[in-house]
Ligand binder design. Structure first.
Ligand SMILES: C[S@@+](CC[C@H](N)C(=O)[O-])C[C@H]1O[C@@H](n2cnc3c(N)ncnc32)[C@H](O)[C@@H]1O
Length: 319
């Protein structure tokens, strides 16, 4: 049996037997949500088992500034989780979560990181220091970005996405034809049947994507759909260590992938991620029952120590 097959079996077991490794906040066929710190939670996930990671870590831009929303002056503060702890601490945070992701990512898997200039350079530095190979950086242009209030600088209207693989020799997934020939009519920069370029014009989330409530940094489904279709295959396992409202999960399930999401804020999971995912699960065909793994594979899957943090216990109790 190849290493890949063994890892797939371990991951299937991990997904079907919640109490074997750690307690999820919520699980349903092909999807699991965990409430907790990304690093602590990633520690309990087996090595080399994730096909694709999308991470939208804190931007560290909540510094008391102002922006515009619907014609009104609004604070840029996203929440306590987004406040900078200073340059060194913020950089160390990115170094730590990126290293944790490297361990759980399959050898030929890939990692995407989204951010603004406040955070993306630190993430890029952390990736390069840790030996990752950068495949591309994508400029996500937001045609409907909010105007700049000060009129003393350009209007910030893009985010950068870094796409990286574990090392230079890794064989990452790239669905070239799907990108070239797919229907990307939402993107005014993409001409039909031409190669997908590294600048994408995609608007901020649509009204219908916000019906469950607002996450301050919710990503548009069109963006997540493109990333998932580009860099993973059907039945692959997609992980988002900072899942927020679980946009990654919605796009992953809709595209026939499996999803594991982590967020430290139970309110986001309770009011946004879980109801959004639940509604998608209802629309999917019922998966076939899984075979129990052999004793040996189960033993491998449970080798890592099981810890339940006090925070996780509290969340489960509150449910
Ligand atoms: C930029 S937002 C992600 C938004 C998400 N992409 C979406 O579409 O809704 C970052 C998320 O990371 C979570 N977070 C911050 N620090 C964390 C940590 N140490 N571990 C896990 N989650 C964390 C926040 O609660 C927030 O929901």
């Amino acid at each position: 049996m190849t290493l890949e097959l063994v890892n797939n079996t371990i991951m299937d077991y991990f997904l079907s037997e919640p109490d074997q490794t750690m307690i999820p906040y919520w699980n349903a066929p092909n999807v699991r949500l965990y409430c907790g710190d990304a690093m602590e939670t990633l520690e309990k996930i087996p090595d080399n088992c994730i096909d694709l990671i999308f991470a939208d870590p804190p931007y560290n831009l909540s510094n008391g500034g102002f922006s515009v929303h619907a014609g009104k002056r609004v604070s840029v503060n996203k929440g306590k989780w987004d406040v900078s702890k200073g340059f060194d601490a913020d950089l160390q945070f990115h170094i730590d979560w990126i290293a944790a992701c490297k361990r759980v990512l399959k050898p030929n898997g890939s990692l995407w990181i989204s951010g603004t200039y406040h955070s993306i350079y630190a993430c890029g530095f952390a990736l390069q220091k840790d030996g990752w190979h950068i495949v591309n950086d994508i400029s996500w242009f937001k045609p409907n970005a909010a105007p700049n209030l000060s009129c003393r600088m350009f209007t910030a209207s893009h985010e950068t996405l870094i796409w990286a693989r574990k090392d230079k020799k890794a064989k990452h997934t790239y669905n070239y034809s799907e990108m070239k020939d797919g229907d990307w009519s939402e993107d005014r920069l993409k001409n039909p049947n031409t190669q997908m370029r590294s600048v994408w014009a995609i608007g901020t989330p649509k009204r219908e994507e916000k019906i469950y409530g607002k996450h301050p940094t919710q990503k548009p489904l069109d963006l997540m759909r493109r990333i998932i279709l580009a860099a993973s295959n059907k039945n692959d396992l997609v992980l988002d260590p900072f899942c927020g409202s679980a946009t990654t999960g919605v796009a992953a399930l809709q595209a026939g992938r499996k999803f594991v999401g982590i967020d430290a804020d139970v309110e986001y999971l309770k009011t946004l991620a879980k109801p959004r995912l639940k509604d998608v699960v209802k629309t999917l065909p019922t998966p076939k029952p899984r075979k129990a793994p052999t004793k040996r594979k189960a033993a491998v899957a449970t080798k890592r120590p099981r810890k339940t943090t006090t925070k996780q216990k509290t969340v489960i109790a509150a449910e």
